[in-house]
Write a protein that binds this ligand. Structure first.
Ligand SMILES: [Zn+2]
Length: 165
């Protein structure tokens, strides 16, 4: 990652806290007008297994960047900025949860697809089949969206499934 220094934040930034390998919880921010959501999800999948930026990311060499500032990094896919600050308050616990969920999900997607299919609520799975979706792919997308973009909020709820014909 390239450290761009402290930049003026665009007005609409969405934040997702994630715990990193070094144990720090970083709060990652992005602007959905600058970066397509799947690219931000891919970014989070990549960085969650690495150190936080302060501890050097993938290089693991401590970086001389201010501890209490929001900093900007270049997103390699789009050239847009991704913002990061240290998580505070309840975002620390949330970031621990989201990182565990994200890594558990990717582990299943890689090594145990059967377990992932087993997680899909049966009614939703039936609906996905009936409407021509690949249930595994659709569920993976749904879970990634909920974890990374919705800060862990589950959007496929029993109430929603009751509306499914
Ligand atoms: Zn760290």
């Amino acid at each position: 990652m390239t450290y761009l220094g402290i930049k003026q934040l665009p007005a609409k930034i969405a934040w997702t806290p994630l715990k990193h390998r070094c144990g720090c919880v970083a709060d990652w921010g992005w602007d959905s007008e600058a970066i397509p959501p799947p690219q931000f999800i891919a970014w989070c999948i990549n960085v969650v297994g690495e150190n936080c930026p302060w501890h050097g990311g993938e290089t693991e060499q401590d970086m001389p960047i201010p501890a209490n500032e929001t900093i900007a990094l270049t997103h390699p896919g789009s050239g847009a900025s991704i913002y990061v600050r240290k998580a505070t308050g309840s975002d620390v616990a949330l970031g621990e949860q989201l990182a565990a969920d994200l890594q558990g999900l990717m582990e299943k997607a890689t090594n145990n697809k059967l377990a992932l299919v087993g997680e899909i609520p049966p009614r939703y799975r039936k609906w996905l089949y009936a409407n021509g979706y690949d249930p595994l792919e659709a569920w993976l997308d749904q879970r990634l969206t909920d974890i990374v973009l919705n800060r862990g909020e589950v959007t496929v709820t029993p109430e929603m499934l009751n509306q499914v014909p």
